[in-house]
Unconditional design. Structure first.
Length: 555
């Protein structure tokens, strides 16, 4: 099975929105834009613990109780060989579903003024215009026999998770009976010994005397081990022990306790995976976790098999460090609440370097404006200029992303689909075509980004700084269209030569008589040397020059 989409109408801050889904989904966005409400909408459909509480007036968009809440989840069930698809179809036998490839699960809640609440009604089927009532009642239905929803909030309490599930986690067998009887005898002996302690005997006598004054008949207080009263397993507590240390340490620390809670929930899901479909809904898992633990958790969520279906909200790029084959869903408010989603697979050639690839991308997912640049020299220079002219430009939603030779197109398309403003700064490259002429590689690259032949692709006869500048100037009007309509900025030549045009006297002062050659000789190292000398006035000159007008969009 595969999640396809969710359509939400009149629920909380969603008036009418459709979002594409997959089996692994990540919700991104600023605070208070509706990420948690999106999780809640999914829970309302699939989680009986939420559904049985019904809906109240504030669950309706702008409290519009005249219009029903309607949430429709669509799931691809075309793969008949898939075991989870079989679980769904087995429960829906008798419903006309044999030929359909999509299952629709729809929740509708009409507000009852006299009851001051709305009771959700569930329908499902393969035809969105002809759905069937789900058998069962609001508290337990056929849907709840299929899906096991595991909600993990941002402040999950390990002790509560362990205590609530201890009987599922620690099960005894017949072989344990003799040992359990021995433990009972030991506990009884323990209590006998406790009762002999002088302080215990004194306390029992004194408290019994005091309490008897409040009642007509005699009462007696006795001190016992809690194990004897509540039972052995209700008093079991996990401790941490290292391989080379016999001492026991409490499971203290919010980070450690949180990871233990995740481990327990994964264990519990394994016990039900053959009978139910486990759906994890995770809210801001990064809370209380150091960067290294966030990266470890990312690997567990994305790279291992214990979490095949999940919906996560996060503000952390480290939680996404191991992501692949995930639906990225960005929720943002642009006048009216909107959402965009895009599927992000890691290309096969980058699987071994997934974390490196993702690290270049994940920070950008949380920005509003992203400038894509080719390498470290552009990244260092543009970051330096931007921070000098607008120190909080990243806090205001700007970000400069270095693609390191990876093709711009992947990032450009992905970020655009997520509703993020994306700009490209690329070089006016030429390349020998083996016939004595030179292909206009930079022009061809830009045409490819927009899937349109806006710029001429006829080879030229010379590869020099002047020939590249002449090529740029002869096509200036078309390049302006590329900038204005697509936010793609082609260098007049390349970074070093363009910079020489903008601040030649400054470069000569700081780097000597051949600054371009010096910068190109050891790009990253010499660019770092340069920016350490640049003044605020130098940054303003770069920003104001026509060769670097891309900076006006990012700052």
């Amino acid at each position: 099975m595969k999640f396809k989409s969710i359509h939400i109408e009149n629920f909380r801050n969603y008036k009418d929105i459709t979002i594409e889904l997959s089996n692994r989904n990540v919700f991104l966005g600023l605070n208070d834009v509706g990420k948690s409400n999106l999780l809640q909408a999914i829970r309302l459909v699939l989680d009986r613990d939420v559904r049985k509480n019904n809906c109240i007036e504030s669950d309706f968009y702008q409290k519009n109780i005249e219009t029903p809440i309607r949430i429709t989840l669509s799931i691809d069930i075309s793969d008949f060989e898939d075991s989870d698809t079989e679980k769904i179809r087995a429960r829906m036998r008798g419903i006309s579903l044999s030929d359909e490839e999509t299952l629709y699960i729809q929740l509708t809640a009409n507000y009852l003024v006299e009851e001051q609440e709305a009771i959700p009604e569930m329908r499902w089927g393969g035809d969105i215009d002809d759905l069937y009532d789900v058998k069962g009642n609001n508290s337990y239905s056929e849907i709840d026999k299929i899906f096991n929803v595991i909600f993990i909030n941002s402040s999950i309490d390990f002790n509560k998770v362990f205590a609530r599930n201890i009987k599922k986690l620690i099960q005894t067998k017949v072989d344990d009976d003799e040992l359990l009887n021995e433990i009972d005898k030991t506990i009884s002996e323990l209590n006998n010994e406790i009762s002999k302690i002088s302080g215990v005997k004194t306390f029992e006598e004194q408290i019994s005397e005091k309490i008897s004054k409040f009642r007509d008949h005699d009462l007696k207080v006795t001190v016992k081990s809690e194990i004897a009263v509540k039972g052995l397993f209700d008093n079991i507590v996990p401790y941490i022990q290292t391989n080379k240390d016999e001492n026991l340490y409490p499971t203290a620390g919010d980070g450690r306790r949180k990871l233990l809670a995740y481990s327990i929930l994964e264990m519990l899901s394994e016990t039900t995976k053959d009978s139910k479909i486990n759906i994890f809904l995770v809210e801001e898992p990064e809370n209380h976790l150091h960067k290294s633990l966030q990266i470890s958790l990312s690997d567990i969520l994305f790279s291992q098999k214990g979490f095949p279906y999940f919906f996560i909200t996060t503000h952390s790029p480290f939680i996404l460090s191991a992501m692949g084959n995930v639906q990225l869903i960005r929720i943002y408010n642009n006048g009216n609440l909107m959402g965009e989603s895009s599927f992000y697979p890691v290309p096969d050639e980058y699987q071994r370097f997934k974390c490196i690839l993702n690290n270049q991308l994940t920070d950008a997912l949380f920005a509003n404006r992203v400038l894509l640049v080719e390498g470290p020299s552009e990244k260092m220079l543009f970051d330096y200029v931007a921070h000098n002219l607008m120190p909080d430009f990243e806090a205001q939603g700007g970000f400069i992303l270095q693609v390191d030779g990876l093709k711009f197109r992947k990032y450009y398309n992905l970020l655009n689909k997520l509703g993020i403003k994306v700009m490209i700064k690329t070089d006016n490259d030429l390349r020998s075509n083996g016939t004595g002429a030179y292909s206009v590689l930079g022009f061809c690259r830009c045409n490819g980004y927009i899937n349109k032949k806006l710029l001429p692709e006829t080879p030229i006869n010379e590869n020099s700084v002047n020939s590249r500048r002449e090529l740029f100037d002869n096509n200036y009007e078309k390049l302006k269209v590329l900038q204005n309509d697509y936010s793609i900025y082609l260098s007049r030549c390349d970074l070093e030569n363009d910079l020489d045009e903008a601040i030649q006297d400054v470069l000569v002062k700081y780097l000597g008589d051949n600054p371009v050659e010096y910068l190109q000789e050891s790009k990253s190292y010499h660019m770092l040397e340069l920016i350490q000398k640049l003044t605020l006035d130098d940054c303003k000159k770069i920003y104001s020059h026509k060769n670097f007008c891309c900076l006006k969009e990012i700052i």
